[in-house]
Structure formats: C-alpha cells, structure tokens
Write a protein that binds this ligand. Structure first.
Ligand code: ZN
Length: 409
C-alpha cells in the first residue's frame, strides 16, 4: 500500500489545535520559556518543544536568549514575531479617512490621513476608501501576502451579519452601503467592519487605556457621540449590532432637537459641532470674547481649534462652553456608571484635546450625582491611542482570528 505523505498544510487537527494553543499563549504572555508554556497549558514538555520548534521555523515565533540573574545558563525565551503578519485599519469619518498599517502587536508602521468632501456621494466614498487601502498595500510591495486583512471602523450602524453599513443620516444621506462585500471583492482579503466607536473600544482593549481591564466603556466625541461597551473583556454589540449609541441618552428636556428626533440628546450638547455652534450663537448675541478676535471677527470662522486657543488664553466664554460640555457629558456618564458599574470610562475622539477643561467638570458631576459604590470603583481617563484608536481597533478581530489558527493563514 502506498504510504501517505503528510504535507505541512495537512497537519492533524490535534497538531493544529496544539499549535494554536501554544501560539495564543505566547502571543498573550510575551516572552516565556517552553517549561512555563508546558506548565500553564498542560501540554507535555515534548509536545511544547515540538510545536514551538515548528512555529519558530515558519517564523511566527522568535527566540531570544536572556542571561540568567544567578550566573547560570541563559534562558531561551519565546515571543511572537510581530512582523510575521500585518493588518490595515481604517477609520472612516464624515469627511476624512485615517488609514494605518500595523504589525501583530499594534505597532503603526504607516499612517495616512485623507480628507474628502462628503458631496462625492456613496460611490465616491467607496472609491476614496478602496484607493487609500490600495495605496498602503502598494507601499508594502512584495509583501502583500503578509496582510491578514482590512478592518474598517465607520461612522454608521453596522449590520454584523453582512458587514453592510447604514451611514448616520446627519453625516451622509447615503442609505446602506455593502461595505464588506465591495472590499472583499476588490482585495480578496478578510474584511472586518465595525462602528468606529466600537472599533476604538477594541483598540483601547488591546493596546490602550483599556489593556488589562475587563469592563469599560468608551465614549468617542467628535462629529457625534458614539460608544463602545466592553464587558468581561469582550465587545458587547447587542442583538442588532448597535449597542453603545450613548449619544442618544437624553440629558436635557429643553435641549435642541436631535437627528434621531428626540430632544436634548447628549450628542446635541457635547459633540464638537454642537460646541462650535454654541460659540457662534453666543458671539452673535454680542458676548465679548477673545474667540471673536482669534476668528478674525467672523463668528462663522470659529472652529474647534479657535475655541481651544481661546481657552488657553483663559477666555471666559471658551471656558464656560467647555465646562458646559463637560457637565452634560458627566450627566451621561453618571447614567452609564449607575447602569453598568464599569471600572473605567475612556473618553476618545477630538474632544480629548480639551483635557482638564472637560475632565474636571465630568468628575465633579460624577462625584455629586453617581451612586457611591459604582462611583468609587470607576476612573475616567482619556484615550491613549488618539486618532489611531478606531483604525487600529477595527483590525483587532483579524489578529484574533490569526492567533486562533496561526498555521491556517
Ligand atoms: Zn438623539
């Protein structure tokens, strides 16, 4: 009888399972000895040495020698080789794209910002997106095979079943876009689509302020107010994939009408456009402020940056406007803290640039209004990843998939 030769891709499921187990352990724990891997995974030392040797041979694991503190033989430590595979991550806002290429450990190797005019419409937007990704792939010429896929964090409601996106109506009236489908056909790579705030939460969980935290909420405050919920170290997306729309918590019965039809939603009072709008209104009512001078006397020329500059000059109107935003944000956060008892609230998005102008009133309101027990366990911090949070986070599921099956890709 002809003896069957087992090719590398025909490894037994047990062998693949062991490889996944060992690699996931190495990936999550950093540099580690084979003895430690054996003890913590329960696999025999012989199995571990055989699997590690194979992972090292294909290049996904790297060995380093570290000198022992007691003068003995240097220990061989095994860690992930972060450059073995790469991912592309995109954050698609209403008027710009942030595109990053990162390695398996989230180190950004390339980054571009690409503004666009939303008048380009749905098809124009898809062209800009596809071209931006294509440009990054071309930069890594000859290394296309190292890309695991493309993650996209987008300002819209994402259908988790088919990766289609309904853009938020106040950003673009484009209806539903078959985003995943279009990208898959174009690139023949895995495509992972998320709401941009949910993607930012994944980014913070893996690489940023939420690292090592099992239960936290992220509020992304830029053009609107989006959110991401991490419970028991996993992103909670809800039954239809839309969980985390914190921007539509009602905080003022007499507030402005929101795009969702309700009145006084958090988003209508704390988003960056709302802040700028309030400043313009105050100036048109004749309030004296350095804001007007910085904007060259034209209320319509007021931007978020102008408000930040005025606040740095200790302008009273700018200070009051930021304080109001912080207070309303604080009220929304009180509801979230009382409801979910998280260990951390991460504020991300452009509003982070206002620093303590926002954080101080948020903490004041939290201290005054939240229930004491959940308040004592929660900390409010800013995103550590800045503009890269959503782009990096949107690609995290692609890396997770790879870690679960390093020999399949
Ligand atoms: Zn609303």
């Amino acid at each position: 009888m002809k003896k069957q030769i087992r090719r590398p891709h025909q490894l037994s499921s047990v062998s693949k399972g062991n490889a996944s187990k060992v690699f996931a352990h190495i990936f999550r724990n950093g540099k580690i000895t084979q003895r430690e891997i054996s003890t913590t995974t329960g696999l025999s030392f012989t199995t571990v040495t055989s699997v590690v040797s194979r992972l090292e041979k294909i290049g996904v694991v790297k060995r380093t020698l570290e000198s022992s503190t007691n003068g003995g033989r240097p220990a061989a430590l095994y860690g992930c080789n972060p450059g073995y595979r790469h991912v592309i991550g995109v954050e698609a806002r209403k008027d710009k794209l942030f595109v990053v290429v990162s390695d398996l450990e989230g180190t950004v190797l390339s980054r571009t910002t690409l503004p666009f005019d939303k008048k380009i419409g749905k098809d124009g937007f898809l062209t800009v997106l596809v071209d931006a990704v294509d440009e990054q792939i071309k930069k890594f010429k000859g290394k296309q095979s190292t890309f695991l896929g493309v993650g996209v964090g987008v300002a819209g409601l994402v259908n988790p079943n088919d990766g289609s996106v309904t853009m938020l109506s106040h950003l673009a009236n484009w209806g539903t876009i078959q985003l995943k489908d279009v990208m898959e056909k174009r690139f023949r790579l895995k495509i992972s689509v998320h709401n941009l705030a949910a993607a930012a939460a994944l980014g913070e969980l893996r690489y940023g302020s939420g690292k090592g935290k099992g239960n936290f909420l992220l509020l992304n405050v830029t053009d609107g107010v989006g959110g991401g919920i991490v419970l028991n170290s996993r992103l909670y997306t809800g039954i239809s994939g839309t969980a985390g729309e914190f921007g539509h918590i009602s905080v003022d019965d007499h507030g402005p009408v929101c795009t969702c039809g309700n009145i006084g939603c958090l988003e209508t009072l704390t988003s960056v456009p709302a802040l700028v709008q309030n400043a313009r209104r105050a100036l048109s009512q004749g309030i004296t402020s350095a804001i007007k001078d910085i904007a060259g006397g034209d209320p319509d020329a007021v931007t978020f940056q102008v408000l930040l500059d005025a606040a740095r000059l200790e302008d009273k109107l700018a200070y009051n406007l930021f304080t109001d935003v912080g207070r309303y944000l604080g009220e929304g956060i009180v509801s979230l803290v009382n409801l979910l008892n998280p260990e951390m609230i991460i504020i991300g998005g452009d509003l982070v640039q206002a620093g303590d102008l926002i954080l101080n009133p948020v903490n004041d309101v939290l201290k005054r209004q939240a229930l004491e027990v959940p308040r004592r366990s929660v900390e409010v911090v800013f995103s550590q990843l800045g503009d890269s949070a959503s782009a990096l986070g949107s690609a995290v599921p692609l890396i997770e998939d790879f870690v679960g099956s390093p020999l399949d890709d």
